[in-house]
Design a protein around this ligand. Sequence first.
Ligand code: GLP
Length: 234
Amino acid sequence: MQVIVVKDKYQGGKKAFEIIEKIMQEEEVNCVGLATGSTPITLYQEMVNSPLDFSDKVSINLDEYCDLEEDHPQSYHYFMKEHLLNHKAFKESYVPDGMKDKDEAVKEYDAILEKYPIDIQILGIGENGHVGFNEPGTSFDSKTHVADLSDSTIEANSRFFNSNEEVPRTAITMGIKSINDAKAIILIAYGEAKADAIAATVEGPVTEEVPASSLQNHPNVFVIVDEAAASKLQ
Ligand code: GLP
């Protein structure tokens, strides 16, 4: 893992963008894996404001809440349109379908991932070390599945909803194996609340109790953190 400490989220967005640009210059990139949450927003701003062309690339998102309409302001479909896809052309874009039959949605997503192997995967991280919606205890062999959100994730994400009760309890997420199949991974974290998760991810034991620690087994991972998120690293 290559840990890069930046001053703030703006520098972090620039750094992540530079890494993407460099990979695109050096090798063929057909598919970019995208994430939601507040963390990748500054990266998406860099992408939107740059002339770098993604119109021949496919984008595939990590996850989506179950049973939240696509036009709900907190759905990840909505988020992606607002922050990136309405402003930057991609050839095709996929976000899991949380509204349809769950088995069908899961199968469909694994088929999409098989058709379009991810070249670069962007990741945020939960305070408990989750990636996508792979909560602690998720198997490292997991592919796309329906995940139960942990109480701490429901609590953390409730800030975006009117109340804790409104936060969906389940989501469709790419699995840990699906994520680690990406050729390159850029994990981004800002703020003190992420410091424990980052220390456990980068320096802790590789354990299913910390889903992001699986990235220690991946040969090509960049970890972009601000000083607060890096503060518990040795
Ligand atoms: C959600 C998403 C994750 C994201 C996490 C952190 O739970 N499913 O993909 O990494 O939130 O969000 P934030 O970047 O807002 O801290």
